[in-house]
Ligand binder design. Structure first.
Ligand code: ZN
Length: 357
């Protein structure tokens, strides 16, 4: 018997998504199959669907890189896991053997696989994936929270601490605090003892971020971000957390104090930007690239979630059958927090169990 998956056979808008039956994913050697209980949408999914992600995509393709579920079946050679274990697969299936993997920098792995690109995708009832890359979900963390946690919080951890070297007492500016990784960064930066300035496109998003601990909010549509940052800090911020691109990249750079760092992991609003070399080197600033995160960083975030120190934000949950509507909601960019797909439930059942926010 097959399982249900939302996938596409050609690149395009949300209309290309089809919910159909696929072959039951069975685990190969070193793999497990996971019964998916919750799956999170990411903006990357839109790029993949439109064919502009710069990732290799085989058609038909099942979207979804971020899932939480329970192990259903164990493949040959897997000893450390049991059916029924609650797991969250690390999105990268790192090789474990290259120079980067061997030196604790697995996010730079030379030959990684990725969930949905080298396995089945998360917009489905089930997928098979590598057992070596599973993270155990603590008992006190729900499947919904687990599905919403990895990309937002582990990306933030990697950017703020591993790449950005944020220290207690420093000032950080977080661009676009209304997004998943923006709101996660507010929580982690506050926990780490930083002073947090955030910006967003609306006062409503800023208000939500204040509830998460943001110290000062700037509306980048109505305020001069650079002037306000200089007014508040005197000399600029120590670290800018950038994932937007375009104008906000430049404003972030101009908001840095001398010897400040800008850490960046995305550029949806403008991937190619003008860059003034002279003030950059005269102020001895740094721009630091950041890509995904390590399995260890996911585990640290789950430990914080288990102790109630961080809270993944969930905007709305949809049944798998409504993957198209879920994607359209994400593309309107009006959400604050993650959008989830819950396989095995119809919309009215989700409402009854309180899953629809
Ligand atoms: Zn490797």
């Amino acid at each position: 018997m097959g399982v249900k998956a939302a996938r596409f056979h050609e690149f395009g808008g949300s209309d290309v998504l089809r919910v159909e039956e696929i072959d039951d994913p069975r685990p190969g050697p070193g793999e497990v199959s996971v019964r998916i209980r919750a799956s999170a949408l990411n903006h990357l999914d839109v790029d993949v669907r439109e064919g502009i992600s710069r990732f290799p995509v085989n058609l038909p393709h099942t979207l979804g890189i971020e899932v939480a579920g329970e192990i259903e079946e164990i493949g040959p050679g897997v000893e450390e896991w049991q059916p029924g274990d609650r797991v969250n697969p690390y999105i990268m299936a790192t090789c474990g053997e290259c120079a980067y993997c061997r030196t604790g920098r697995e996010s730079l792995c030379l030959a990684p696989g990725f969930i949905s690109f080298s396995t089945g995708g998360g917009y489905a009832e089930k997928l098979a994936c590598s057992a070596r890359h599973l993270v155990r979900i603590p008992d006190s963390v729900s499947y919904e929270d687990a599905a919403a946690l990895q990309v937002a919080f582990a990306t933030s951890w990697h950017m703020l601490f591993t790449r950005g070297k944020l220290q207690a007492g420093e000032t950080v500016m977080i661009n676009s605090v209304g997004s998943g990784i923006g709101s996660a960064a507010v929580q982690l930066a506050k926990l780490a003892g930083a002073f947090v300035i955030g910006n967003a496109s609306s006062d409503e998003k800023l208000e939500r971020a204040r509830e998460l601990g943001m110290d000062i909010g700037l509306n980048h549509q109505t305020e001069d971000v650079v002037a306000r940052v200089l007014e508040i800090t005197g000399s600029g911020v120590d670290l800018v957390y950038e994932h937007v691109g375009g104008e906000l990249f430049q404003k972030g750079l101009d908001s840095l104090k001398k010897d400040g760092r800008l850490v960046i992991c995305g550029g949806h609003s403008g991937e190619v930007v003008p860059f003034d070399i002279i003030p950059f080197f005269r102020t001895q600033r740094s721009i630091v690239g950041s890509f995904v995160y390590s399995q260890d960083e996911i585990e640290k975030c789950f430990a914080l979630a288990a102790h109630g120190r961080i809270k993944p934000l969930i905007h709305k949950t949809f049944p798998l059958d409504e993957a198209k509507e879920a994607m359209e909601l994400m593309e309107r960019r009006e959400h604050f927090g993650k959008i989830l797909l819950i396989p095995g439930f119809a919309g009215n059942e989700l409402e009854e169990r309180g899953g629809v926010a």
